[in-house]
Ligand binder design. Sequence first.
Ligand SMILES: [Zn+2]
Length: 337
Amino acid sequence: MKKFLFGALVLGLMSACNTDSLTNQNEIPQDQEPAIAGALKRSCPSEELRAQMLQKNPSLRLKAEEIEARTQNFVNDLKVGKVLADGTVEIPVVFNVIYNTSAQNVSDARIAEQIAVLNADYGATNSDINKIPSAFQPVAAGDVKIRFKLVATNRKQNSKTGWKSNLEEMKKASTGGIDATDVNKNMNIWVVNSILDENGQAGTLGYAYYPENAGQWYDGLVIGYQYIGKTGASAPFNLGRTVTHEVGHYLNLPHLWGSSDAGCQTDYSNDTPVSPGPNYGNPTYPLNRVCGGVSRSQMFMNYMDYVDDKSMVMFSANQKTRMQAVVAASGPRSGLR
Ligand SMILES: [Zn+2]
């Protein structure tokens, strides 16, 4: 309504002007709209209402700015091709290799193998995908539409023989590690010679942080050098699936038995059967286990179980949806482009 009145005022003023003074069409003010006698002009107060709301409520203003920033990110991403035409999101990956011996300084070739494994597993082009039992094929994710691109590999020698996960010293140059490369734009993977628990015990293959840690200096994955890629990696974890599993956590997937060791908890994916806890080694299908008195065939061949590398071959459709939500323009890891 305000705009309508302003327009009417301008038109009124224009009609009083000497038309000879308008020597250039470009000098005509934008508000000079053709007058249509007797016609009802369209009027929409959305902008005025928005301006009033934003003025009254600063938190709304912040939200509006964030939405605009994300929208611009998305537009720019489309321009540079990081979100492909079919909606596939390509995540830039930075490897930070901290080694003591030269054997621990994993080669560029092995890192390339690892990226290839990620792209096959998240694209459902892994050569062992035929191991999905027919009963689970209807709920298989297929192409998760997330891909990975190596953008940098940083290397540093350090004489430490192990790194405690609770200290995160591998993630800061000041404590002998390597600082992350822009965690908002890259998935950082630190490779170390040995991951220790807080008591100094070895045995952890890798770990990752969930999306609520997006933007934190420690965000990303930590993986033992023995489990990167395939060539020279340690059996039975020598097909690169430790990283596939940890990226699942990074993209908001819990273990199949839920976030608690107690098991039989939800993993927020209804198409993965409820599970009392991890499966190890190379189970034979079908494998039934009980939660709440109900026996269910277990999806032990899912990447979010604990089986050997050669026995994990799939994500479920619900897991794909969860990961898509994380990398979507409105998601917590939308900046990874
Ligand atoms: Zn895990």
